[in-house]
Design a protein around this ligand. Structure first.
Ligand code: FAD
Length: 380
């Protein structure tokens, strides 16, 4: 049986970065992916790397992730662009939160700017003047192209580190701790062993330890996304996050006036569907618009459905029309993405030499690189 220091199950962003940090430490690593290529949350997202939206230790992991993304980009093109993030406030409450977060981030030396309405509209003329109060800007934050980044990152990992083996079409259906390590078994019967096995299974709860996941408190969130046709005539220099995002992201929850924040009537239906509106221009000029959030427990994920709900997409587009004045309904595709989340920041279970790490929620593209570096220290 082939033997490794680490076997990592799941080549989404979380598994791949754990593999990378193990490889950097000189360990012999096997990274296993059940699908032909990863097609889950890691390729279905916006690709906004925005530590500014995170709270607590996740903000620090996000900042470290920015450094790691940039470091790798210097060696190998993983689609990193430093184009900044812009939170556009639309009313007095959101503007107050933007000012409070600005003070906090400035105090800890994280580059940020507050733009007046005039400055915001000068840089983003596609924004509607009647929406904008002002903007909080993080010029050093980055974007990646979600439909390419993970494939490039796996390419970097396997090219740079001869101590890494990557296997796709390798669904792991058995995993057990042994006296001196752990073994895994693939669906085709192949078996491997390692000192440690890390399971970074995203929202797949049926192949391994289904009883544990049923009791885990993990839930799955379904998000609806849309992408316009290429619009090279429109220029969005950075990632646009909007008033509803200010009302939703953890970092703003840590600000003093958040406790008194009320939801105005015109946002109530959007809030019910977990909608906040974000815009991200892809390299071909198309614009990704989203998103919404619906939830199901780990055992009931099928209830979320495989379709996208047009009513929800129309709610997103209706709000988008209030924010920007380009033709947001020139949609070329829509999709749903699913991620696992927990009320405990992330789900971790240690079963002797088998360690489960999943449920990073909506912060995986931003914080996985830095979090995995810290988490691997437990095992090295
Ligand atoms: C629509 C949407 C928008 C988002 N936008 C952002 C954003 O802009 N910024 C941000 O920071 N985050 C964003 N996120 C969150 C981010 O995408 C996730 O946090 C992250 O991708 C989760 O990564 P993961 O590796 O845990 O899971 P996944 O991407 O689900 O990867 C898990 C992998 O494990 C494999 N696997 C599972 N079980 C097995 C098994 N038994 N054997 C072999 N392989 C297995 C799966 O096939 C899969 O490839 C968004 C998410 C969505 C859905």
């Amino acid at each position: 049986m082939a033997s490794f220091d680490f076997i990592i199950i799941g080549s989404g962003i979380l598994g791949t970065f754990h593999a990378l940090h193990a490889a950097r430490a000189g360990k012999k690593v096997l990274l296993l992916e059940k699908d032909n290529r990863p097609v889950s949350a890691t390729v279905r997202n916006f690709g906004q790397v925005v530590p500014s939206g995170l709270g607590g230790r996740w903000y620090q992991y996000g900042r470290r992730s920015l450094e790691l993304y940039r470091e790798i980009q210097q060696e190998y093109d993983i689609t990193v662009r430093q184009n900044g993030s812009v939170y556009v406030a639309s009313d007095a409450d959101e503007w107050a939160l933007a000012n409070e977060l600005y003070d906090r981030r400035r105090a800890d030396g994280y580059p940020c700017e507050l733009w007046s309405k005039v400055q915001t509209l000068a840089t983003y003329p596609v924004l509607r003047p009647d929406y904008v109060q002002g903007a909080l800007v993080f010029p050093e934050e980055i974007s990646v192209e979600p439909d390419q980044m993970i494939y490039r990152l796996i390419g970097y990992l396997t090219t740079k580190f001869p101590n890494v083996t990557y296997r796709n079409n390798a669904a792991v259906v058995g995993c057990a701790s042994t006296a001196d390590g752990a073994t895994v078994q693939l669906a085709n019967g192949e078996r491997f062993q390692a000192g440690k096995v890390l399971i970074c299974n995203g929202s797949e709860f049926r192949l391994l330890f289904p009883d544990l996941f049923a009791q885990s408190g993990l839930v799955v969130s379904k998000l609806q996304m849309m992408q316009t046709v290429p619009m090279p005539e429109i220029r969005l220099p950075g990632n646009i996050l909007t008033g509803l995002t200010i009302r939703r992201y953890e970092s703003f929850e840590e600000c003093p006036s958040y406790a008194n924040l009320q939801t105005p009537d015109h946002l109530a239906e959007l809030k019910k569907w977990g909608i906040h509106v974000l815009f991200k221009q892809a390299l071909d000029g198309s614009i990704i618009i989203g998103d919404s959030h619906e939830y199901a427990t780990a055992t009931q994920t099928d209830d979320l459905g495989f379709d996208t709900n047009d009513y929800v997409n129309q709610l997103i587009l209706q709000e988008a029309r209030r924010i920007v004045d380009f033709p947001v309904d020139r949609i070329q595709r829509t999709w749903a993405g699913f991620y696992a989340q927990t009320t405990q920041e992330i789900f971790e279970a240690d079963l002797d030499n088998v360690h489960i790490v999943t449920g990073i929620g909506g912060k995986g593209m931003t914080s996985s690189a830095g979090f995995s570096e810290e988490n691997m220290k437990r095992f090295l």
